[in-house]
Design a protein around this ligand. Structure first.
Ligand code: LLP
Length: 404
């Protein structure tokens, strides 16, 4: 993704052309970037050849999942819907793990029928429920148990999941008890210890601490795990203030851990695979001037991209057509929704815009479309995947008629 002759382009396709042809807002992804991210992820950890289960919650587009499958990944799912989409994308059941604190009987039943690789249980009640279903089917079910390592991921509070006050996983004591219980069950085959301490992690220390805790607890529990599922969480660079996780260091800590444990590593990355592959193309509807700043009112709102409203996150905004002019303005980019949090970014140094100009919101591939809603009875945007010069519509724009 770059400017070609001052016109922002995804691979060989000018974004301006897409806006004219399909209207705005548009979610647009680059295949090249997706492929590059997956190859890079694999290379970073190639010495221990992990199973990479793409976290479907970050982006559940069927066509993207098909591409992700072709590039060798499995799936991490958290609902029957996500499991169905992963299967429809052709992902092998041997590469699917099912996480989540509240799997219903129907969801467990479906997953057990499909013989997926692992159901990662998060409570004793869930293990008992799995056992009950397995018994009725005279089956032995492969499970993992999610540990809550009580490790602060040092990320945004709302997306931290590994501290003892969080609802996820089991504390050390409960984990060890549940390992004992599962060992004695005829219908359960305990294969995996899983963790996931949070998302958008850019600091290596939490991962190092997490691995130390796992190491200690495995020794205490006296259990050999065929798999260690380290979850996802690796952060991406959203702006020049974000730090970068040191992959080399993370790789070294895992290799050190594996010296004492003969297990296959599973990762559940979402954002680090898909985050920077996607943009939103949006149009300026109106410009409203005030004394201190001008409001740039876009045709894309918090229903299309929730992250700024939910977490105060900053997605870079850039113009589609770069101009040479030196005059810079202070702009507040907002959506059309009747909420004060429907606000994307304040920029103090933006090139002068006029109504009907196009802008790009960057790095929205993860938790962009998947968190979108129909709030204010607004149809969801079209999704487009660019491969070289080829434009693939991978999801049609919702029609008003579908909503009314
Ligand atoms: N595995 C589990 C069990 C998870 O809960 C998550 C994310 C992942 C894997 C993938 O994590 P990732 O590699 O994408 O960081 N909506 C928030 C992020 C919520 C993450 C929830 N769990 C956001 O937009 O920042």
């Amino acid at each position: 993704m770059k400017y070609l002759n001052k016109s922002f382009s995804v691979e060989n396709v000018r974004v301006e052309y897409l806006a004219k042809k399909f209207g705005t807002p548009i979610y647009c992804y680059s295949y090249k970037k997706l492929k590059k991210n997956i190859i890079k992820f694999k290379n970073n950890f190639k010495s221990f050849n992990p199973l990479i289960c793409f976290s479907v919650k970050s982006n559940a587009n069927l066509n993207l999942l098909r591409e992700i499958r072709k590039l060798g990944c499995g799936a991490d799912v958290v609902s029957i819907g996500e499991l169905m989409i992963a299967l429809k994308a052709g992902i092998s059941v041997k590469k699917i793990v099912f996480s989540g604190v509240g799997k219903t009987t129907r969801e467990l039943d479906y997953a057990i029928n499909k013989n997926i690789l692992l159901i990662n249980a998060e409570s004793k009640s869930e293990v008992i429920e799995i056992e009950k279903i397995a018994k009725s089917k005279k089956k032995i079910v492969n499970i993992g148990i999610r540990l809550n390592p009580n490790t602060d991921a040092k990320t945004i509070n709302q997306i931290s999941t590994g501290k003892k006050e969080d609802k996820f996983g089991l504390t050390e004591k409960n984990f060890i008890e549940l390992v004992k219980y599962s060992k004695n069950s005829k219908y359960i085959n305990l294969k995996c210890l899983s963790v996931h301490i949070g998302s958008q992690i850019v600091n290596n220390l939490p991962y190092e601490k997490m691995l130390k805790v796992i190491d200690k607890i495995i020794k205490k529990s006296n259990q050999i795990f065929e798999f260690i599922d380290l979850g996802g969480g690796i952060g991406i660079v959203y702006n020049n203030k974000t730090k970068k996780l040191n992959y080399k260091k993370y790789n070294i800590s895992i290799k050190k851990f594996l010296k004492n444990h003969n297990s296959k590593i599973i990762f559940e990355p979402g954002r680090s695979i898909i985050g920077d592959t996607g943009i939103i193309i949006s149009k300026v509807i109106y410009i409203k001037k005030t004394k201190d700043k001008d409001f740039i009112i876009l045709d894309c709102g918090m229903n299309d991209l929730m992250r700024p409203a939910l977490y105060g996150s900053n997605h870079r905004i850039i113009p589609v057509i770069k101009k040479n002019s030196n005059s810079k303005k202070t702009y507040e980019f907002v959506g059309p929704i009747c909420e004060s949090t429907d606000k994307f970014l304040t920029s103090k140094n933006f090139q002068k815009l006029k109504e009907k100009d196009l802008i790009i919101i960057c790095d929205v591939g993860a938790y962009g479309m998947s968190l979108s809603s129909n709030y204010n009875v607004r149809p969801k945007p079209i999704e487009i995947l660019i491969k070289g010069s080829k434009i693939n519509i991978i999801k049609k724009r919702q029609k008003l008629i579908d909503l009314i």
